[in-house]
Design a protein around this ligand. Structure first.
Ligand code: SF4
Length: 403
């Protein structure tokens, strides 16, 4: 079984380096202009150059989203920007506009062109057109494709295919949505989506409210999670598996990339046959990091009512389980920088790049004044705790249970 690329998101340089260290084969990032997610802390050209340098060290690739749907005034500076990306060593740009594709081919021919999911490509003839006219290198298939459609398209289309395997979903075809534009005057296709589909609405028919306080109307989709069907996705022959989430935290990126890195490697090693108990293991791991409900989207057929989140459900506990990062480790004692509270007796898990998870129990906590503490409550404090195995600077620590 061929191992596809694991493609991770990153909103800034730290998250980009973390994604690569935790096993991403490629990372997609956005510049300060011309990209969606304008509220994500986006990359300067200098950051992009550094990301490419760092990626090269690990044999990874950098893809840059140039995926806004540009209006006339949005083109200023684009030509120069594309040339700068090419010179920086960016491998590919992710594009959602024919005019940007045309320009990129002319002024920055070394950049691969990846056709964004915003094109909603769901069939081979659309790819034929894009390939013949713009020589695209890869197509990010619409999230609305089924597994069988992905299999057929990947087999018949003569370009690489990329599919989403985890993260947020649009309730509309990605990018074909003006809910946010209308509700907030923020253009979803120029980087401003306010996620209006996830709000809760009072619903009226004529003048009569038909929603109730307990049952307000919403149309937000559950997040995509493909752990239960990843073997099937791999069997379709796709080139790249993409995780959504350029707004996500560094801790989330490390955890989710690590989970899918191990999962993909294990499936390939077992030639596609992952035992049910191993699948359950990964599913349980996900519960430690995912705070929204998940589903398999459209991959097993048309996503119905069961794919919609109808309550303001979110598991905030997962955000609090991240307790800190390793700053130093010497002779069995780790210096850590704290994020969330923990206490003596808590069981802690260490998340290290490309290693299995390791656990230990907190036996003592000492502050920089040499005082021993029962618990840690302050974020960004430097504390010393014994860890009975070697850990590395920047490993993540998360609490899995209270004593
Ligand atoms: S409002 Fe919802 S469906 Fe529309 S673009 Fe934003 S996330 Fe997607």
């Amino acid at each position: 079984m061929r191992k596809p690329e694991l493609l991770a998101p990153a909103g800034d340089l730290d998250r980009c380096k973390t994604a690569i260290r935790f096993g991403a084969d490629a990372v997609y990032i956005g510049g300060k202009q011309f990209s969606l997610r304008s509220r994500a802390s986006n990359f300067t050209i200098e950051d992009i150059q550094e990301a490419c340098r760092f990626a090269k060290e690990y044999g990874a690739r950098i893809h840059v989203t140039v995926n806004m749907v540009p209006h006339e005034e949005d083109f200023e500076g684009l030509e120069e920007y594309l040339k700068q990306l090419e010179a920086a060593g960016v491998s590919a740009i992710i594009v959602a506009s024919l005019s940007v594709m045309e320009l990129a081919r002319k002024v920055a021919p070394k950049l691969e062109i990846h056709c964004s999911t915003q094109f909603s490509v769901t069939n081979v003839s659309a790819i034929e057109f894009l390939k013949t006219r713009f020589a695209i290198d890869r197509v990010v298939l619409a999230r609305e494709c089924t597994l069988e459609e992905i299999r057929t398209i990947t087999k018949e289309a003569n370009v690489e295919t990329e599919v989403f395997i985890h993260g947020g979903m649009c309730v509309n075809y990605s990018g074909r949505c003006t809910l946010s534009n209308r509700m907030t005057l923020r253009d979803a296709n120029r980087g401003g989506c306010a996620q209006s589909c996830r709000w809760f609405y009072h619903l009226y028919e004529e003048n009569q409210e038909i929603s109730t306080k307990e049952n307000l109307f919403t149309m937000g989709s559950k997040d995509l999670c493909t752990i239960p069907i990843l073997s099937e996705i791999l069997s379709t022959g796709v080139t790249s598996l993409k995780i959504e989430g350029r707004m996500k935290t560094e801790y989330y990126i490390a955890s989710i990339v690590s989970l899918y890195r191990h999962l993909i490697d294990e499936i390939v090693e077992k030639d596609g046959h992952l035992e049910e108990e191993r699948q359950m293991y990964y599913q349980n791991e996900l519960q430690k990091i995912e705070n929204r409900l998940t589903c398999v989207g459209f991959y097993k057929g048309r996503a119905g009512k069961e794919s919609i989140i109808t309550t303001p459900n979110s598991n905030q506990e997962v955000n609090h389980s991240y307790i800190g990062r390793i700053e130093d480790y010497q002779e069995g004692i780790a210096k850590i920088s704290t994020r969330n509270p923990f206490a003596l007796g808590d069981t802690i898990e260490v998340l290290s790049p490309k290693k299995e998870l390791r656990t230990f129990q907190v036996q003592s906590i000492k502050n920089e004044l040499g005082e021993y503490l029962e618990e840690s409550k302050k974020p960004m404090a430097s504390l010393y705790i014994p860890i009975p195995f070697p850990v590395e600077k920047e490993d993540f620590l998360r609490r899995i249970s209270h004593d």
